[in-house]
Design a protein around this ligand. Structure first.
Ligand SMILES: [Fe+2]
Ligand SMILES: [Fe+2]
Length: 184
């Protein structure tokens, strides 16, 4: 196998792994949103729904590059274990941290060659958005642990999602949300 072909197939495998990660995160957060609503953590439910939309955008962006590299975007969706909202937030944070600290930096480092610029971009966009997710999940954990219902986590809260990269911003924490989709 030539060097270029080897690089391309490693990148394709990583894209498929990222596609699977994003698709499963999306499925998981759907259940976590319903649980947060049921427990009266309405802002946390909004945050999970905003993350659902973001992960959907990430998966779609990865899928486009997978197609461009001659692959097919498909993956298995695993059963979701739904616990308390606090436990769900902690599980979500762990997933985001893995993507930010390990998965995406590794995939970005392994992507090389002129034809994988698109792969690097889709990995980078997703990674940057996951940093915001991790930050928001951590803030939500701190508030739920203190059981402060009079907060953005307990009250309905709007999130602004960039339709291109899935970057999520809460109006409480960040102001840059010009042309974003609003998710509650
Ligand atoms: Fe994502
Ligand atoms: Fe995320």
């Amino acid at each position: 196998m030539s060097q270029a072909v080897a690089e391309k197939s490693a990148t394709l495998a990583n894209l498929l792994a990222a596609y699977e990660g994003e698709s499963n995160a999306r499925a998981k957060y759907d259940f976590f949103a319903a649980k947060a609503d049921a427990e009266g953590w309405l802002g946390a439910a909004g945050l999970f729904r905003a993350a659902v939309r973001a992960e959907q955008i990430h998966a779609a962006n990865h899928a486009r590059v997978i197609k461009q590299l001659g692959g097919e975007a498909r993956c298995e969706i695993y059963a979701v274990e739904v616990k308390s909202t606090l436990a769900n937030l902690k599980a979500a944070l762990a997933g985001e941290q893995y993507e930010v600290d390990t998965m995406y930096p590794g995939f970005i480092a392994e992507a090389s060659g002129s034809d994988v610029a698109l792969a690097k971009r889709t990995f980078t966009w997703a990674m940057e958005a996951e940093k915001t997710h991790a930050q928001l999940f951590q803030e939500a954990i701190d508030i739920v642990e203190l059981r402060i219902k009079e907060s953005w986590v307990g009250l309905p809260c709007a999130f602004y999602i960039c339709a291109a990269c899935g970057q999520a911003r809460c109006p409480v924490c960040n102001l840059a949300y010009d042309k974003f989709e609003v998710i509650r």
